[in-house]
Design a protein around this ligand. Structure first.
Ligand code: ADP
Ligand code: MG
Length: 716
């Protein structure tokens, strides 16, 4: 189609779509229910388990959650019975083990509770064995070469530390059991097991350090609060863009005249249709026990954010998947397309996930909270220093953890963190750290050193003073670190597991120094001295920083293939093996799966780009040439020659792209990735630019693809 009739129809649809509202839930007296009354209505959470389980069974389960002890069969049977009764009372007919294969999203296979009794009559049955383990056919999930099809068996195992919940279908309900996915020999085939192992590892090491510091604190867990950025546009536009459908981003499209340059969207009033979507989505999330807290407009037009209240890392990872799925589902009901891609539109901000991260004791103390007394402050300094040291030593692994084709478009572009991992501490904390490193308080007793350094004033100052340096990929924000380089569509599991691993290593180093006889301040000073190069508070977008970072020896991987190479190093293998998070083989499989994914994504984008150019752009350009040819007058002449130049550009770039594709080596995934990245991706960009030049010339009524100004600004 080389006319704009479909676009015009979409315009009518997008501007006349009514706002969908839902009835507020009311209590028996007809008063609107509070969120606190309905929160977790569909979750089999601790409180509910306590009500429904015999006390000794509940105690055993609590012990499993607290100390990681094994659940034996009778306990599992009792829990299975209780959860089945609750699920049936609430209308469930099926159950499923819900897991996170290495695809970045989730997978589920439903079984009904239906069984038969001794007399062959139908009954509902759910046993401890069914709760603990299930066996999906593992052969169709990526395993990174870890498993050949002839031993395709894998199994899912219940993660008792993440609560079960009821998932609504259009007319039914399913009991969902959060699980890890393992191969026949116990090898991890998913994103969950490494995350759980990393939490254990970090907890163990952090506990040891707390012990050396003289405070027994019980179990320590990493906490995570992932802020989720996203775009929504009218579904009518998305339906006319094959690139959004297939690749999740626009592979071509000239910039809108306005873009985000007026900076009028950020924190602006939320458009009513989007607000209606948010309200409905949040209601679903509350029922699922997701602590949705904050909603606001983001910087780009059509861009928004949801931030939850933080929770244990594995639950946060499950919840973030639920957030993404619920967003997609509910947006659709509102006639909106959910774009979770890192860079759906060129020239305006991309979307990320700011993974807020800290460590918490079982009594609820935050180990990165600067405290009120010297003892607490020493602990804060030790854990802060351990974190910075871990990030410094394993910056490459962290860079790899966030690497994806989508994130390549975002990192280092508008308002996104650069591709170099550095740590921002803010003025005040930097002054304290510099004081420690310079040795100015080295010989003072700890209490006095704290006063000299001004650590006592930190709690008040840190929060305000850790300003909004948006250019840092890893920033201290008062009582937590914020890992901002994670992509918006990514699972947070692997980045969080890598961060946990890195910090475990930092903590272990401080523990080793203290066990070797150093006092805590000396160990902190050594850690902060070693990690000095990674600390950077300046402008991460500046070209001077790139030069400076290289001078400091910080790793700088500009693209996914270069970043993933950090997973294929001895340093990475040692880190993951020593912390019991991934074996060599398991790590290599992550490397492999990610490379393959990169290669496939680049190829898919190339395919859709060529299709768009051949079947939309070129027909529009030809129609323009035809309409202008033979029209007398110098204006028509000038126009014709400009359009013809643009057409020549498209042809030339199109030919170059074919040539680049013809050169893809018949080699392993790493070589293919390197080639795609250096030869094919630039050819995509060049063809896109040529097409965008033509878009700005061709008569609007002959351009069939929705334009940026429509997708970004016309949404009801
Ligand atoms: P801002 O980043 O704007 O200062 P907040 O401080 O409220 O906003 O926090 C943003 C995110 O950080 C929220 O998701 C919040 O739950 C999370 N967060 C706060 N404290 C912690 C913590 N101790 N551990 C992990 N995440 C946290
Ligand atoms: Mg934040």
């Amino acid at each position: 189609m080389s006319d704009a009739s479909a676009r015009r129809l979409a315009l009518t649809t997008a501007t006349s779509r009514p706002t969908r509202t839902i009835a507020r839930q009311v209590d028996a007296d007809g008063r609107p229910q509070r969120v606190s009354q309905t929160f977790g209505a569909r979750v089999f959470h601790g409180e509910r388990m306590k009500q429904r389980l015999p006390p000794e069974i509940f105690a055993r389960w609590s012990e499993t959650v607290e100390r990681g002890t094994r659940l034996d069969r009778p306990v599992a049977d009792a829990i299975a019975h209780a959860v089945k009764e609750w699920a049936l009372e609430n209308g469930a007919s099926h159950f499923c083990h819900w897991f996170h294969p290495m695809t970045g999203s989730t997978a589920e296979k439903h079984d009904s509770f239906l069984w038969f009794d001794g007399a062959g009559r139908p009954v509902e049955k759910f046993t401890g064995a069914m709760l603990l383990q299930s066996e999906p056919d593992a052969s169709s999930f990526p395993s990174g070469g870890m498993r050949s099809t002839f031993e395709a068996r894998g199994y899912t195992a219940w993660d008792p530390t993440s609560p079960m919940f009821l998932m609504d279908g259009p007319s039914g309900r399913t009991l969902v059991i959060p699980s890890a996915f393992l191969g026949y020999h116990g090898e991890s085939l998913d994103e969950k097991a490494p995350l759980l192992r990393s939490m254990e590892s970090l907890g163990r090491s952090a506990g040891k350090l707390c012990g050396l510091l003289g405070s027994a604190v019980g179990r320590i867990t990493p906490t995570v609060g992932p802020e989720q950025e996203y775009f929504v546009i009218d579904k009518a536009w998305a339906a006319l863009r094959p690139d959004l459908m297939v690749a999740g981003r626009t592979v071509l499209g000239a910039a809108a005249p306005k873009g985000q340059s007026l900076e009028d969207h950020y924190f602006g009033s939320i458009p009513p249709r989007v607000l209606a979507f948010m309200e409905e989505m949040e209601e679903e999330l509350y029922a699922l026990g997701v602590w949705a807290k904050t909603r606001h407009n983001e910087v780009a037009p059509g861009q928004f954010e949801l931030a939850p209240i933080f929770t244990e890392a594995n639950v946060a990872a499950d919840h973030n998947q639920l957030v993404m799925q619920t967003m997609r589902k509910v947006a659709d009901r509102h006639g909106l397309a959910m774009l979770m891609h890192e860079k759906p539109f060129a020239g305006v901000n991309g979307s990320g996930k700011h993974v807020n991260w800290s460590m918490q004791t079982s009594t609820g103390e935050n180990l990165l909270e600067p405290g009120q007394n010297p003892q607490e402050n020493l602990r804060f300094l030790a854990f802060m220093a351990a974190t910075v040291l871990g990030v410094h030593r394993h910056a490459g692994v962290l860079r790899a953890a966030i690497a994806s084709h989508g994130n390549d478009f975002r990192l280092g572009a508008n308002e996104a963190p650069p591709a170099i991992i550095s740590v921002f501490l803010g003025d005040f904390l930097t002054r304290i750290v510099d004081g420690i490193v310079s040795g100015s308080v080295a010989n003072l007793p700890a209490g006095q050193a704290m006063i000299e350094l001004g650590v006592n004033r930190l709690p008040a100052i840190a929060k305000d003073n850790t300003d909004r340096n948006r250019t840092s990929p890893f920033a201290f924000t008062g009582n937590k670190f914020e890992f901002r380089a994670v992509g918006s569509s990514a699972s947070i599991s692997f980045p969080t597991a890598c961060l946990n691993a890195a910090v475990t290593d930092g903590i272990d180093e401080i523990v080793a120094m203290m066990e070797g006889g150093d006092d805590v301040m000396t160990a902190v000073r050594k850690a902060l001295t070693e990690s000095a190069p990674v600390r950077f508070d300046g402008n991460g977008y500046s070209s001077e920083w790139v030069v400076e970072a290289e001078r400091r020896g910080l790793p700088h991987a500009r693209n996914t293939p270069a970043a993933l190479a950090f997973l294929n190093t001895n340093a990475a293998r040692t880190l993951f093996e020593r912390t019991h998070i991934l074996s060599h083989e398991e790590l290599h499989s992550r490397y492999d799966v990610r490379l393959e994914l990169y290669n496939k994504k680049v190829e898919i984008e190339g395919d859709v780009l060529r299709e768009l150019v051949d079947t939309y752009v070129i027909p529009s350009v030809l129609a323009e040439i035809q309409a202008t040819s033979g029209v007398p007058g110098s204006l028509a002449q000038a126009r014709l020659s400009a359009v013809q130049d643009a057409a020549d550009g498209i042809l030339a770039r199109r030919t170059e792209l074919d040539a680049a594709l013809a050169g893809v080596p018949d080699a392993g995934p790493a070589d293919v990735a390197a080639y795609l990245c250096s030869a094919v991706v630039p050819a995509h960009h060049a063809l896109r630019r040529a097409s965008d030049t033509a878009e700005k010339l061709v008569a609007d009524h002959r351009w069939s693809l929705p334009k940026y100004r429509e997708m970004l600004f016309v949404n009801g």
